[in-house]
Design a protein around this ligand. Structure first.
Ligand SMILES: [Zn+2]
Length: 90
């Protein structure tokens, strides 16, 4: 079974903000707020628990970089960062 993020990467169908060998980011088709972006590992990991620490570090580095860019571009007073892992996280 392939997850939705892997489909976006393999089919190259997302609105990419950044594509890298370890981490990628895209804008959702139906954003919840100005600057809404999803930052994901480029390779598949089921959740935060199975993701290698070095991949998480690169992911968070991109989150930090995009947050700064969005804060400046949107003149936002802050950012909201969400990570959900597992069925009990919703
Ligand atoms: Zn996947």
């Amino acid at each position: 079974m392939t997850c939705v993020f892997c489909c976006l990467i393999s089919e190259n169908t997302a609105r990419w903000i950044f594509r890298g060998p370890t981490v990628s980011a895209f804008a959702p088709l139906d954003p919840l707020a100005p600057g809404h972006a999803l930052v994901i590992p480029t390779s598949h990991y089921a959740d935060i628990f199975g993701t290698p620490p070095e991949v998480l570090a690169e992911t968070m580095a991109l989150v930090q970089r995009l947050s700064g860019t969005m804060r400046t571009a949107l003149k936002a007073g802050g950012v909201n960062i969400l990570s959900a892992s597992g069925p009990g996280s919703a």
